[in-house]
Design a protein around this ligand. Structure first.
Ligand code: SF4
Length: 440
């Protein structure tokens, strides 16, 4: 979400006449986009802002701004921590940034724009220059109240953009050469549950889908030029029968979902207020894989949540094995002020959190490698991105399961097309192969 907000901000600033600096040293305007999910992320942003503002001693006209969740959370208190900061913009006001920069250029400083939770967010649809993939925000905020999470406070309640607006944005991206879109939301399958996003005048679903998100997936996937559609992040409650049917029927919707699980213990899931049980989570993925055996799953896990016993942790390990995740992002719990979990006793010692973290990482390495081994000899459809970052003589792209695939280019292959690649070598994070068919 922050990557998308940064990109939109870049585009709106360019539209206002600014140009992108080659690097941080050359920049006359620097905006730090902050994350509040963990304390460490905020500490890093504060440290960076302190360093940047110190450069104003030699460059008094340099403008330093802050955007994102920390800006929203702290409001004007940020100026007590960073007095030389010029402006700070909350999560639902990204579109105001060019005006704030203009105000600072006119002599103001320490200005802030914070949204109230009930206001209609300002969702910029501008995109800066990009490759073949683009993020498209379809839903902002979150109505869940997971006990450890600050997001509902800083990103506000759920707001779904009208379907027409989303479809216009994707159509414009397709005209600019984008081939793959990723639809973004905190609980993306909740799209359209709180607002009316489809109007009676909108075309009916050719497959007869009734749920707003399935209808959107179908409509986005039928836009000419869009070769691939992804969506993130998921919640098990969104894995309805209709959603499973939509993903399996629509040929260019990728068989991949980031579905945060956080814990495999019912006691901890309940304390976290995640809104599902271990059995419900496993049932959601069983239904996805029953019709799409190649379905790739990635997840987030928190270890050391208050009250997590060794037995609870072992249940997380066993769930991760049962779910056979392709990749997992594992975090040690740290309390966020203002959340219900912050009032709970943070009773798992740091060394034990570290031990659990390391165990899950080691398990995941083994599992991820085994998952890649199973792809040996398979033919993967890859969206070709061009020269590989590590070795420009080779090219790379991504499989439908979002794995990086590296291969030697062939003469009629062009970036931005789909190619069939036979996998002949695997590493823990990468697949290697040879082109067997191009569509270019
Ligand atoms: S679903 Fe839970 S963890 Fe995710 S953003 Fe919402 S409150 Fe936070």
């Amino acid at each position: 979400m922050n990557v998308r907000d940064s990109e939109a901000t870049e585009a709106t600033l360019k539209a206002a006449g600014h140009t992108l600096a080659a690097n941080e040293n050359e920049a006359d305007l620097i905006i730090v986009n902050s994350c509040s999910v963990r304390g460490k992320a905020e500490d890093k942003a504060i440290g960076k802002l302190g360093l940047l503002c110190a450069t104003k001693r030699d460059r008094p006209n340099r403008i330093i701004g802050l955007m994102g969740c920390m800006a929203q959370r702290l409001g004007s208190d940020i100026f007590k921590k960073i007095p030389r900061l010029d402006f700070s913009v909350g999560t639902r006001r990204c579109g105001a940034i060019p005006f704030m920069v203009a105000r600072v250029m006119a002599g103001e400083t320490n200005i802030t724009e914070i949204s109230s939770p009930d206001e209609i967010p300002d969702v910029p649809d501008a995109h800066s220059e990009h490759g073949f993939s683009a993020f498209v925000t379809i839903l902002l905020g979150c109505n869940r109240r997971c006990a450890y999470c600050i997001v509902p406070d800083v990103r506000g309640p759920e707001f779904s953009r009208p379907a027409r607006e989303v479809l216009a944005e994707v159509t414009a991206l397709a005209h600019q050469g984008v081939k793959e879109v990723t639809l973004l939301g905190q609980s993306v399958m909740n799209y359209g549950l709180m607002q009316q996003v489809w109007t009676p005048n909108d075309p009916q679903s050719p497959h007869g889908f009734k749920e707003p998100f399935s209808r959107l997936l179908e409509a986005v996937s039928s836009i000419p030029g869009i070769l691939r559609v992804r969506f993130t992040s998921g919640h098990p409650s969104g894995c309805t029968d209709e959603l499973v049917k939509a993903v399996s029927l629509l040929p260019n919707v990728c068989h991949h979902l980031h579905l945060p699980v956080q814990s495999g213990s019912d006691a901890i899931l309940s304390a976290m207020r995640r809104g599902y049980t271990r059995a419900a989570y496993l049932d959601a993925i069983r239904r996805l894989r029953a019709v799409m055996p190649d379905f790739a799953l990635t997840t987030d896990v928190i270890v050391g949540f208050p009250g997590e016993t060794v037995q609870d942790f072992e249940e997380t390990r066993s769930l991760m094995n049962a779910a056979d995740f392709d990749n997992a992002f594992i975090f040690k719990y740290s309390p966020r002020p203002g959340t219900p979990a912050a009032a709970m006793k943070d009773d798992v010692p740091e060394t034990e959190k570290m031990r659990r973290n390391q165990l899950l990482l080691a398990d995941q390495d083994t599992r991820g490698e085994a998952a890649n081994q199973r792809l040996m000899g398979s033919v993967q459809e890859v969206l070709v991105e061009g020269a590989s970052l590590r070795n420009a003589a080779r090219w790379s792209g991504r499989s439908p399961g979002n794995k990086i695939v590296v291969f030697d280019p062939v003469p009629d292959l062009t970036p931005g097309t789909l190619a069939k690649i036979r996998i002949n070598r695997v590493a823990p994070q990468t697949l290697y192969g040879e082109v067997v068919q191009t569509n270019g």
